[in-house]
Write a protein that binds this ligand. Structure first.
Ligand SMILES: [Zn+2]
Length: 167
């Protein structure tokens, strides 16, 4: 099993064919919204994944848990969901220039992926291990008719992780 473990640890490059978009809708809007949010102090490493910097909170970090709507268009599938973000101003929004690597935060988690067309209708979905994210999304863009973007969630708790568009 050592080769599998090695493969799991190896970094995965995000290809230029994918446009990686953390927090696609403005976060400020979500924070202003009436939905309740709470502050949590990280007590366990690897348990509070920040969606702004895409790093897990370190023990002692202050994290805000809030309801966030990542949608950029009207859809019957549209729904907000819970996310953690570091309280300002600890972190900055992660950026993904060419040859960026898949964040460990996503690589190590089980992910639910849903692909939508330009009318915001779902055309494909899957549940995968994080290290398969890039290859599976590329596959969906090649195979699923009309897939324009993918919403990625953490499969267990159902938190929004990232949006990936066709570049
Ligand atoms: Zn952060």
């Amino acid at each position: 099993m050592s080769s599998t473990q090695h493969e799991t640890r190896a970094s995965i490059t995000i290809p230029s064919t994918l446009h990686y978009r953390p927090l696609p809708a403005p976060l400020a809007q979500a924070i202003k919204h009436d939905a309740p949010s709470v502050i949590r102090i990280v007590d366990t490493p690897g348990s509070y994944p920040c969606r702004r910097c895409l790093q897990d909170g370190q023990v002692g970090d202050r994290m805000r848990l809030l309801s966030y709507d990542p949608w950029l268009g009207a859809s019957p599938y549209r729904q907000p969901g819970p996310i953690f973000v570091h309280e300002e101003p600890i972190c900055r929004k992660a950026e993904f220039p060419v040859h960026s690597t898949l964040p460990e935060q996503q690589r190590k988690r089980e992910l639910s992926i849903r692909a939508f067309d330009r009318e915001h209708m779902m055309v494909a979905f899957d549940t995968i291990q994080g290290e398969k994210l890039v290859s599976r999304v590329e596959e969906i863009f090649e195979q699923a008719g009309g897939a324009e973007y993918v919403h990625v969630h953490y499969a267990g708790p159902g938190c929004f992780a990232v949006r990936i568009d066709r570049a």
